[in-house]
Design a protein around this ligand. Structure first.
Ligand code: ACO
Length: 440
């Protein structure tokens, strides 16, 4: 793919500061998104910009994902996420993210073969799982294991980035395949069952389900509806442009560490309850509502109370000011899976009632807070049998192709720079050291 295409200059903006006028270029992307290029601002004025949470800051130019939060549009490499969720499989989408085009038959086969070849983890790594405490969170294990991969597979991480980029298919499939195995092993460890090794005859999602749920005394039969649902969920999580964890991968990667270290940092960012960890918080919130008699009004009132830090998990998004297109698909998948598995989960009824109340509540309407990707996904995971603390692990599995693609793109960008923001210092001005016996 090489360096990402650059936005087109389409005009100029004038900045009036300290009696001077500065002309700043205005650039436009392929979907008519426009930005003021402030690349020379500090050189020319000594000023920097101040933008908490980067709400107004474009940190890169990217060809990977297009997102319009006002219209509820999400496309990977130009393809609507709805089409990919319906017609594609996760492995094909992973290839698309990394390479920029849908694989031809030969490319698909080669990619799948590499996934199979790299599915085992070094046997010595299985020892690590044994020493984690019983209640260790699987996201902690996942992140630690991923960074450990760099010691077990140094042939790619030795010369760091250039080797990893030169062998991107091996890098990508090694991570995609091993993350799945590590995720399943960490679950087996948490329930005290023996690890189930990957099978060459099963496709990506079926293989994961088998590693999670089969045991020496109980073979697991993969239900095609469940396999399809997992494919859909992973596809819907595959990328989301410059979100918190992806920005973390780009930022950590900008120091030229190996990809394993950058992805491990992304996993830690995803763990947070304001990001990927919200899917776990949603289920815990719904269970809490159920325990307290099922009244959804109380949590809505709590979420609106400015003296209370509580938030309605699964609602709101930094960029979506409309219904998250992923949430719509996940809601339907949720209904389909529960019907197929004949599961009657009272949490689904509570979730639907909560959504309806929120939709009719002025607080949420004014702030354009809609269900996000995390709101219904947990109910599907529960129905499949995935425990709550594994939810964010599944999210990480899905997000991995996006992290790899974004890392690759950032490394190949002709304008590559180590990421190093500025600040406005507001601390004490110059003062001098006072010996301890003279301090007041
Ligand atoms: N419940 C109650 N109020 C909310 C919620 C919520 N879930 N989300 C936003 N608000 C309110 C804020 O209090 C604020 O109100 P104010 O204008 O009166 O101060 C307003 O809506 C804007 O919220 P911000 O926090 O400024 O929006 P931001 O873009 O910074 O945050 C975020 C986005 C973190 C996702 C937020 O909506 C949130 O905390 N949601 C709950 C956690 C969650 O579901 N996270 C998953 C996001 S999807 C993902 O990362 C995969």
């Amino acid at each position: 793919m090489g360096t990402p295409r650059k936005a087109t200059p389409v005009g100029q903006a004038e900045l009036h500061v300290d009696g001077r006028v500065l002309n700043l270029p205005v650039v436009e992307g392929t979907e008519q998104e426009r930005a003021i290029d402030i690349g020379r601002l500090r050189d020319q004025t000594g000023l920097v910009t101040l933008d908490y949470g980067y709400k107004n800051t474009g940190a890169c130019q990217s060809e990977i994902t297009y997102l319009d939060g006002e219209k509820g549009i999400l496309r990977y490499r130009g393809y609507p996420v709805e089409e990919l969720a319906e017609k594609s499989r996760f492995v094909e989408v992973a290839y698309l993210m990394v390479h920029g085009h849908l694989p031809r038959a030969g490319e698909q086969q080669q990619f799948s073969e590499l996934l199979t070849r790299h599915s085992m983890i070094h046997e010595d790594m299985t020892q690590f799982f044994k020493n984690y405490p019983e209640r260790a969170h699987p996201m902690a294990i996942l992140s630690a294991m991923v960074v450990s991969l760099s010691s077990f597979y140094p042939e790619l991480s030795q010369d760091h980035v250039s080797e990893e980029l030169a062998h991107i298919d091996i890098t990508a499939t090694r991570l995609l395949s091993k993350l799945r195995t590590i995720a399943a092993f960490s679950y087996k460890k948490s329930i005290g069952e023996p690890y189930v090794y990957p099978r060459h005859d099963l496709k990506y999602c079926a293989n994961f389900l088998n590693m999670m749920f089969s045991s020496p005394v109980r073979p697991y039969v993969v239900n095609p509806v469940v396999e399809k649902a997992l494919n859909t969920l992973l596809i819907l999580h595959a990328d989301h442009e410059q979100n918190c964890s992806t920005s973390t991968v780009r930022l950590v990667g900008s120091a030229k560490v190996n990809l394993y270290a950058a992805v491990a940092a992304g996993i830690c960012a995803l763990w947070g309850p304001l990001h990927g960890g919200a899917n776990q918080e949603v289920i815990e919130m719904l269970e809490d509502i159920q325990r307290q008699g099922g009244d959804t009004r109380k949590v809505i009132e709590r979420a609106k109370d400015k003296r209370d830090s509580f938030r309605l998990y699964g609602f709101g998004h930094r960029v979506y000011k409309n219904y998250d297109p992923r949430a719509r698909i996940i809601k339907q998948t949720c209904v389909d899976v529960l019907r197929e598995l004949k599961v009657n989960d009272p949490l689904l009824d509570i979730a639907m009632e909560l959504e309806e109340r929120v939709q009719n509540d002025d607080y949420f309407k004014e702030r354009k807070l809609y269900p996000n990707v995390d709101f219904y996904s947990g109910i599907i995971y529960r129905a499949i049998g995935i425990p709550v603390d594994m939810f964010t692990v599944i999210f990480a599995l899905g997000r991995l192709p996006g992290w790899i693609a974004q890392w690759k793109e950032s490394q190949e960008d002709a304008d590559f720079k180590i990421q190093r923001p500025r600040q406005i210092y507001t601390g004490p001005t110059l003062r001098h050291y006072v010996p301890i016996d003279q301090r007041g």
